[in-house]
Ligand binder design. Structure first.
Ligand SMILES: [Zn+2]
Length: 63
């Protein structure tokens, strides 16, 4: 009887067999893990970047 635990990779949706030695779980592979981490990094970069008018410190020095 084969009752191996299965995982579905949250990144690519690929069904895979759970392996306790799979250090990339719950992803199927290192690639999917990196993609997921990349997505998270992208989210962080997606902070609304509004132009900010910094007072020009150099101007102050010149006066
Ligand atoms: Zn995957």
């Amino acid at each position: 009887m084969t009752n191996k635990p299965k995982i579905v990779c949250p990144q690519c949706g690929k069904k895979d067999t759970w392996r306790s030695d799979n250090k990339y779980r719950p992803f199927c592979s290192e690639r999917c893990k990196l993609i997921d981490l990349g997505d998270w990094a992208d989210e962080k970069h997606r902070v609304p970047a509004e132009p900010v008018d910094f007072p020009d410190e150099n101007d102050k020095n010149e006066q």
